[in-house]
Design a protein around this ligand. Structure first.
Ligand SMILES: Cc1cc2nc3c(=O)[nH]c(=O)nc-3n(C[C@H](O)[C@H](O)[C@H](O)COP(=O)(O)O)c2cc1C
Length: 224
């Protein structure tokens, strides 16, 4: 698989087969992913991988507080309040496309909330990853962590696995920090559900959109 195939082939997987993923596979993936770049090579990152009983305990923790999963209330919100255009419309469009694939009508709030709660079962994935960052870092290190996360995602693709990045877990930062015994400056930035994709499910098939190259990039000084 070349890089373009991995980039184009990766999509968020929100329904998984239960097949377990061996630790050795994740070790191999992390061994490559640790070569992701970070500014000044500070590598201000850590991954916690959970499977089996540890995964199940996290799911139980989240299920015990269903209302908590709907709001992140710490100093590191996922989105700014009152998201502006065009970001707001893009977010709305994703939700519409996804719920349409799931056959959930716009006004069926309970069904939508049930789908949101699937985040906290890792969408059925056998493995959960948690990307940990130090609260004291600057914005740069948050961007660096993104490099690691996408690198992991592309390597999973190469291994025939799938993932869904999960900022939703931000809603449980204090609980996760406690369960993982994190230091007082450490926090979970986001989670990732990892496993073998169930390609038969429409939620893993709906067409995704992106802005065009002309919206994405400006080209200056090039000779046509
Ligand atoms: C950092 C990050 C966090 C995300 N968190 C969630 C999440 O909590 N739940 C979810 O269903 N999707 C989540 N997503 C997936 C995005 O919705 C998805 O990447 C986007 O719609 C583009 O679709 P694609 O990944 O299929 O290309 C997240 C994506 C990123 C990059």
């Amino acid at each position: 698989m070349n890089v373009s195939d991995a980039v184009r082939g990766r999509r968020s997987i929100r329904d998984f087969l239960p097949d377990p993923i061996p630790e050795s596979v994740l070790r191999e993936i992390f061994d490559a992913a640790r070569w992701a770049p970070s500014g000044s090579n500070v590598q201000a990152w850590k991954i916690i991988a959970v499977s089996g009983a540890e995964r199940d305990a996290i799911i139980r923790m989240a299920q015990a507080k269903p209302e908590a999963g709907l709001a992140s209330s710490d100093d590191f919100p996922i989105y700014p309040p009152n998201l502006w255009e065009p970001l707001r419309s893009r977010r709305f469009a994703l939700a519409e496309d996804m719920y349409r694939a799931l056959g959930i009508p716009r006004d069926d709030k309970p069904a939508r909330l049930k789908q949101v709660a699937r985040n906290f079962e890792f969408f059925g994935a056998p493995v959960g990853l948690f990307f940990v960052i130090d609260r004291r870092v600057a914005h740069g290190q948050w961007a660096h962590l993104g490099m690691l996360i996408q690198t992991v995602a592309l390597l999973l693709e190469e291994h025939g696995l799938g993932c869904c990045m999960q900022e939703a877990w931000a809603a449980f930062r204090p609980e996760l920090a406690q369960m993982f015994g994190l230091g007082s400056d450490e926090m979970v930035y986001c989670g990732m559900a990892v496993g073998r994709p169930d390609r038969s499910k429409p939620v893993n098939q709906f067409e995704r959109t992106r802005i065009s190259v002309d919206e994405l990039a400006e080209f200056r000084g090039f000779v046509k």
